[in-house]
Write a protein that binds this ligand. Structure first.
Ligand code: NAD
Length: 275
């Protein structure tokens, strides 16, 4: 494979690993992130180990910023062949304090306690925008390079909570369900112009976003962390490297007739009813 690959959210834990693995295969990697220094740090690491990468500042929620990023990418590496829409995440304002509503919760005046009725529409909007609009806009900007070319594809990053929502995070679950649905829609829409569209649905990976929810300061698991491990037949969290094989497959010629799939990489979490 020797393609120009644009990765959004590339300064983050999961996508920096994917970007490094794709660079090792001889691809040119444009690392886009809101946080320019984290994108540049990953690019430096790739370049020092013999790869070819650039770090580019871009906000996946602003078309102008993406158009400016595309100009930089095109000047450095030519047209984009593959886009990985990795930027995404949750927000505390879109999260309830408890998994289930109890009648007495309505009387709880504890600071920061949030029932479904307290959820701030701004928090919900933030999460929907980051995950869904943040997938749609980069696709509008970068997929233009791919129309009519060969070997082009888009890889979105959904989540296993798109199949069955997780408790407490209605916005993130709904937003990732929208990403999965959009993956199928786009696969059909782009089917005549040579662009395949698929998605990863990662299970639980310990990252800075969820570490404090899943582990205590001494490294032991929180109640939610324990619940997740019990619900994961393989009995562990994923490592970022666990996403690499599926990514190389879906972005490569081996998947030349695969489009519109959302692949769970979750140690069996989404297959298990708990019984
Ligand atoms: P991360 O927080 O480590 O990385 C996300 C990156 O996106 C950060 O570098 C951040 O600066 C960047 N970003 C945020 N807003 C942006 C914006 N507006 N424009 C451009 N860049 C922006 O997260 P991660 O855990 O590596 O997650 C990567 C993807 O995987 C996300 O879509 C996430 O929802 C998804 N995911 C993660 C897990 C998990 O367990 N960590 C599970 C399922 C899905």
């Amino acid at each position: 494979m020797s393609k120009t690959i644009v990765v959004t959210g590339a300064g983050g834990v999961l996508c920096s690993t994917l970007a490094s693995a794709l660079a090792k295969q001889g691809n040119k990697i444009a690392l886009l992130d809101l946080n320019k220094s984290s994108a540049e740090a990953v690019a430096d690491k790739i370049n020092k180990s013999g790869g070819d990468a650039i770090g580019v500042e871009a906000n996946v929620l602003e078309k102008e910023s993406l158009i400016a990023a595309k100009k930089e990418v095109n000047e450095a590496f030519g047209g984009c062949d593959i886009l990985i829409n990795g930027a995404g995440g949750n927000h505390p304002l879109g999260t309830t304090s408890n998994p289930f509503l109890l009648a007495e919760d309505l009387l709880n005046k504890e600071d920061g306690f949030k029932t479904f009725f307290d959820l701030d529409p701004k928090g919900i909007e933030f999460v929907f925008n980051l995950n869904f609009i943040g997938t749609l806009l980069p696709t509008q900007v970068f997929a233009q390079d791919m129309v009519g070319q060969t070997g082009c594809s888009i890889l979105n990053v959904s989540s296993m909570n798109a199949f069955t929502p997780l408790t407490k995070i209605p916005a993130y679950s709904g937003a990732k369900a929208a990403v999965s649905n959009f993956t199928q829609w786009l696969a059909v829409h782009f089917s005549k112009v040579g662009i395949r569209v698929n998605a990863l649905a990662p299970g639980f990976f310990l990252t800075d976003q969820n570490r404090s929810l899943l582990t205590n300061s001494d490294g032991s698991l929180t109640q939610r962390g324990n619940q997740i491990i019990e619900q994961t037949p393989m009995g562990k969290f994923g490592e970022p490297e666990d996403l690499v094989g599926t990514t190389l497959w879906l972005c490569g010629e081996g998947a030349s007739f695969v489009t519109g799939v959302v692949v769970p990489i979750d140690g069996g979490f989404s297959a298990y009813s708990g019984v």
